[in-house]
Design a protein around this ligand. Structure first.
Ligand SMILES: Cc1ncc(C[n+]2csc(CCOP(=O)(O)OP(=O)(O)O)c2C)c(N)n1
Ligand SMILES: [Mg+2]
Length: 341
């Protein structure tokens, strides 16, 4: 039986929170834009931009409680990492192509390792949440997934088992209307992933993913509902992937400018207009935010440029505590053949 979730519109949002969200969104946008440039310059082998999804990502983290909850990202969650204050040098270890998926501390920062397997983080989130609940702890897992991932069998299994076994998970779907070159209607017949929640007997909620206050309110309500009832929630943030799937992708081959124009107003512009209209921020405050963002990016860039590649042997170091004979043999063969030991 689905336990009704409180109406999220009751969750309070004050100017401090909105200003904090704005600053985090601006840093995320600037960093995201820089990362594309760094890939073009050869610093990063590849990068998946999140342009347009800043409100969804930042709002989702602000709505969680990072003293107890754990976030399970995909590959496109730089805004989540920024909002969770993850060590960005460690985070970019992933995009530098280090073997071990980034070098930040997942437990301290509350961000699980970056996951490139579509739907993979969703299974991990359910397992973690169930383990915490069985140990009597109150942590909620936030499982990030895309509209495309929702058509993977793993995601159905994760949602079903979370509901049946009572694992406190918020399935946070960023519905950006594209799964690489595949449009939403080729993955989701009903236009909404949250609509499926009813079939699992859990609450499902669709929210404007480009309105950071709405995402924050919905996330806060969903997380507290999952914590209080151990009932998972599907929360779907409707947004748009304004850039390419990744730096190796050319969206001009599969979508038109007319399609891109359906994205609507930019989430950062929307929040800026709101802060200006209410008098919560003025031009000099916005300028300071931009200056801070530039300073952070310059500092990060200097460290990334100065960093040397990880030893290739790392590839074999973090797979098993006790390596299998096959892995040991591969390691030996690689050592003989590689000039990058
Ligand atoms: C299991 C698996 N299948 C396929 C891929 C290749 N792949 C990478 S991203 C992607 C599209 C995912 O779309 P969506 O879940 O909507 O997330 P988005 O990229 O839009 O953030 C695909 C098919 C993969 N990484 N993992
Ligand atoms: Mg998508």
């Amino acid at each position: 039986m689905t336990t009704p979730m409180p109406d999220p519109s009751g969750a309070p949002v004050d100017d401090d929170l909105l200003r904090r969200a704005y600053a985090l969104m601006v840093v995320t946008r600037a960093l995201d834009t820089s990362a594309v440039t760094w890939q073009r310059q050869g610093l990063l082998p590849a990068y998946p931009p999140l342009r347009g999804q800043e409100a969804a990502q930042v709002g989702s983290v602000l709505g969680a409680d990072l003293t107890s909850d754990l976030l399970f990202p995909t590959y496109r969650e730089l805004g989540v990492a920024v909002a969770a204050d993850v060590d960005l040098v460690g985070y970019f270890g992933n995009h530098l192509g280090h073997w071990n998926g980034g070098l930040y501390d997942p437990v301290a920062s509350r961000l699980a390792p970056i996951q490139a397997v579509v739907g993979g983080s969703v299974l991990h989130a359910v397992g973690w949440a169930l383990g915490r609940a069985l140990d009597g702890e109150n942590g909620v897992a936030v499982a990030y997934l895309g509209d495309g991932a929702s058509s993977q069998g793993d995601v159905h299994e994760a949602m079903n088992f979370a509901a049946v076994l009572e694992a406190p998970v918020v399935f946070f779907v960023q519905n950006n209307r594209w799964a690489l070159s595949v449009p939403l209607h080729r993955q989701v017949a009903g236009e909404s992933v949250a609509a499926r929640a009813g079939g699992y007997g859990i609450p499902g909620l669709v929210v404007d993913g480009d309105d950071v206050a709405a995402v924050y309110r919905a996330m806060r309500t969903a997380v507290e509902h999952a914590r209080a009832t151990r009932q998972p929630v599907v929360l779907e943030a409707m947004t748009y992937r304004r850039g390419p799937h990744a730096t190796s992708d050319d969206p001009g081959r599969y979508r038109s400018l007319a399609d891109e124009a359906t994205a609507g107003a930019d989430p950062i512009d929307r929040l800026r207009d709101r802060l200006t209209a209410s008098g919560a921020a003025d031009e000099s405050w916005f300028a300071d935010v931009d200056t801070d963002a530039t300073g952070r990016i310059d500092a990060l860039h200097a460290v990334l440029v100065a960093s040397s590649p990880r030893p290739g042997a790392d590839l074999f170091e973090h797979v098993f505590v006790h390596p299998t004979p096959q892995l040991t043999a591969q390691h030996a063969r690689w050592r003989e053949e590689s000039d990058r030991v």
